[in-house]
Design a protein around this ligand. Structure first.
Ligand SMILES: [Mg+2]
Length: 245
């Protein structure tokens, strides 16, 4: 292990955005809850158990928006037509529900502001100082705006986000394709890249892609689940890994 807390073979670091670099996981969870609870009330009335934190971790965290809608509604026995990406937010389609969530998210980002994790920013500085290459790998289509809003855009050599994934037709987490694309763009083998993720779907992607090291970031007390899904180590904050902090 080197002073960054990584194996010496690691040449590149691939960071998830929401929950690893920024505190947006909380904002995402709130937007999903508002969206799904309204839908559950309409479809299942008083019997509809509200969307909760376990649902967030299991079905939507880290996944592309439409995949999250499908996975959660399926778990509650609700099937909606796919619809089109441009569906209005009140459309009863997978894309309409996803757009409703995104509208709520953007409103929350605009009004509440997004914060970065200080420990992650200091770790990114240390990683750059050691000469390792870096990528941001996020399912979010708002990745660039969020990075800009916290002044962290300059830390990353490569960005594979929801926009790039759609352009290149890359399936999202838990599939490893977005992380693999980031490693390829950086010119580094997956076995020489480390993945930093807070989502269970991200751990699965790290394991499936054959990455050299997978760091689980536990912000919500799910250390055991992160290990079960393939983490090599779990920290509560990247400051724990080192990097002359
Ligand atoms: Mg995340």
């Amino acid at each position: 292990m080197n002073q960054l807390g990584l194996p010496d073979t690691i040449q590149a670091c691939l960071f998830d955005l929401d929950g690893v670099v920024t505190k947006t996981a909380v904002v995402h969870a709130a937007a999903w809850k508002e969206t799904f609870d309204a839908l559950l009330r309409d479809y299942q009335g008083a019997q509809g158990r509200p969307f909760d934190a376990a649902d967030y971790d299991e079905y939507v965290d880290g996944r592309p928006r439409a995949d999250g809608v499908r996975a959660f509604l399926d778990s509650r026995g609700i099937r909606l037509p796919e619809g089109e990406p441009g569906d209005p937010p009140d459309a009863r389609t997978v894309h309409g529900v996803g757009n409703r969530k995104n509208d709520l998210l953007l409103e929350k980002i605009r009004t509440g502001g997004v914060e970065a994790y200080e420990g992650t920013l200091r770790y990114l500085e240390a990683v750059r100082a050691e000469g390792l290459r870096t990528a941001i790998v996020s399912s979010s289509a708002n990745c660039r705006d969020v990075l800009r809003s916290v002044g962290a855009e300059h830390f990353f050599d490569v960005r594979i986000d929801g926009v790039v994934a759609a352009e290149r037709n890359l399936p999202g987490k838990p599939r490893p394709d977005t992380f693999l694309a980031a490693a390829r763009d950086l010119g580094v083998e997956a076995s020489h890249a480390a993945v930093f993720e807070d989502a269970l779907a991200g751990m699965d992607a790290g394991r499936a892609g054959g990455f050299g090291y997978v760091v689980g970031v536990d912000r919500v007390g799910q250390t055991d689940a992160l290990y079960e899904h393939g983490a090599d180590t779990v920290v509560r904050d990247l400051a724990e890994l080192g990097g002359k902090q």
